[in-house]
Design a protein around this ligand. Structure first.
Ligand code: GDP
Ligand code: IMO
Ligand code: MG
Length: 435
């Protein structure tokens, strides 16, 4: 059973980085398949913290292949900074591979990201301003640069000749900061990228499929979450890539039958960064409290994350879009010592109870959460002892919170994360993920 996908079930920041790192001990390859350095994945090992944006989480363990798939958009300058950090921390990027089909985020994409947000006025999305949307727009418009272009000087020169004037005009029209590059200076800059990063560029679809054919263990590491999916999320308050199950295949060049397990990462409550509907969002005072308890501040932008109770209508939608075979519940420790914990099981919209997440933003803005209130549990003194005790020795009310989720979603919660460190993890399959 070698193809395992890890996907966020909410609006991102569920703890995908931690779980990828936990599970990749026995993986040969970790593949990012969508998004870019809008992601911020935190991994903590023995108290040492890694914050990854564009690099797959696999770079943290030596000897793994860490693949940036064709569906990812890559900012090579910012990736280089991340690589330098990994190297400075004593790590290695020998295992890095970048798809020749992956699109590049250019400086003008970042400028356009900011300019588009200004145009949106009160409909602002609250993007990370990393240029993600504009880079995907160019991909779809067939005017994007791909990593493979860096290896072919004639192709690069030719593309620069028609794309650069086009983008300069667009920047001008949008009132964005102008681009000072000339075709020659941009060529030299991009040739430099090719020189430094070219050795990592290859056909990663062949690499991944060969690994799977040989019985290798491959993790597909999602970025963002199902509710930020360009089709299935809270459009237009979404990112610009396919974050759900289908994105694994299109974004890495593997067929659907190569994915054997799909793990849905569910934060024990809900957070969202940026604008958009959020039915279970708390009032300001309660939000600040949960934000502080959970350390809910963005890894990429430092923005405070909006906070609310667990919304099972959201996770049910994500399960349908991704095909979760297991769930991973993270940050449940943040809910310690609460007397009661509400869990949203339906929405009331215009007097009707709704169980399926609607497409309409207007309806979502009118939706009221229907809660079931579960009993809280007391916190523990030693997480090490708690983890040693295993699932059966967790506080009874905590198990009930987990099992309520399992019953609602008809999917087992196979991993419970009780702290940010790699070791603060209870694995109900005892490592049996690859058979
Ligand atoms: P990702 O984008 O899905 O990888 O998640 P982020 O790294 O953006 O945000 C998750 C945050 O929660 C990080 O600071 C993690 O170190 C932390 N974290 C992950 N799992 C747990 C957990 O079970 N308990 C606690 N308290 N923190 C966790
Ligand atoms: P990880 O992988 C949380 C949000 C932004 C914004 C919207 C669009 O760490 O879970 P974009 O820059 O992608 O065009 O912004 O998506 N967003 C995230 N929120 N976690 C992320 O990644 C996110 N990546 C983008 O805040 O609302
Ligand atoms: Mg994150």
């Amino acid at each position: 059973m070698p193809g395992l996908a890890i996907i966020g079930s909410q609006w991102g920041d569920e703890g995908k980085g931690k779980i990828t790192d936990y599970l990749d001990e026995r993986a040969d390859m970790i593949v990012r398949f969508q998004g870019g350095n809008n992601a911020g994945h935190t991994i903590i090992v023995d108290g040492k913290t890694f914050k990854l944006h564009g690099l797959p989480s696999g770079v943290v363990r030596p000897g793994k292949l860490a693949v940036i798939g064709n569906g990812v958009v890559v900012n090579l300058e910012e990736l280089q900074e991340e690589i330098d950090q990994v190297l400075a921390a004593g790590g290695s990027i020998d295992g890095l591979r970048i798809s020749d089909r992956a699109h590049l985020i250019m400086n003008y994409h970042k400028k356009l990201d900011g300019a588009e947000e200004k145009y949106r006025g009160k409909n602002v999305v609250g993007t990370t301003k990393k240029g993600i949307g504009p880079a995907y727009q160019d991909k779809i418009a067939r005017i994007g640069f791909r990593a493979g272009d860096l290896l072919e000087e004639d192709v690069l020169r030719d593309k620069i000749q028609f794309i650069l004037p086009y983008k300069k005009d667009v920047l001008d029209l949008m009132g964005a900061e102008p681009c000072q590059c000339t075709p020659e200076s941009l060529f030299e800059k991009m040739k430099g990228w090719g020189d430094s990063i070219g050795k990592y560029i290859c056909d990663t679809s062949v690499l991944i499929n060969d690994a799977l054919d040989e019985g290798g263990n491959v993790i597909f590491e999602g970025a963002q979450g199902a509710m930020l999916d360009i089709d299935h999320g809270t459009y237009p308050y979404v990112t610009s890539s396919a974050t759900c199950g289908g994105g694994v295949c299109t974004g890495s060049g593997v067929a659907p039958n190569r994915i054997d397990r799909v793990l849905g990462v569910v934060k024990a409550y809900t957070t969202r960064v940026g604008e958009g509907p959020f039915v279970t969002e708390l009032n300001e005072k309660e939000e600040k409290e949960l934000q502080a308890r959970g350390g809910e501040f963005g890894v990429t932008t430092g923005r405070g994350r909006r906070c609310g109770w667990l919304d099972l209508v959201v996770v049910e939608h994500a399960k349908r879009m991704c095909g979760f075979t297991s769930l991973v519940m993270t940050k449940i420790d943040v809910l310690n010592d609460m007397a009661e914990i509400p869990v949203c099981v339906a929405y009331e919209i215009d007097g009707t109870e709704v169980k399926h997440f609607p497409a309409s933003i207007a309806k979502l803005n009118r939706a009221k959460p229907v809660y079931e209130t579960l009993k809280g549990w007391k916190g523990w003194d030693s997480t090490e002892e708690l983890v040693k005790g295993g699932y059966d020795n967790l506080p009874g009310e905590m198990r009930e919170y987990i099992e309520f989720t399992e019953r609602y979603l008809k999917t087992p919660v196979d991993i419970v994360s009780v702290g940010p460190d790699r070791d603060e993890t209870i694995d109900r399959r005892n490592g049996d993920w690859w058979s």
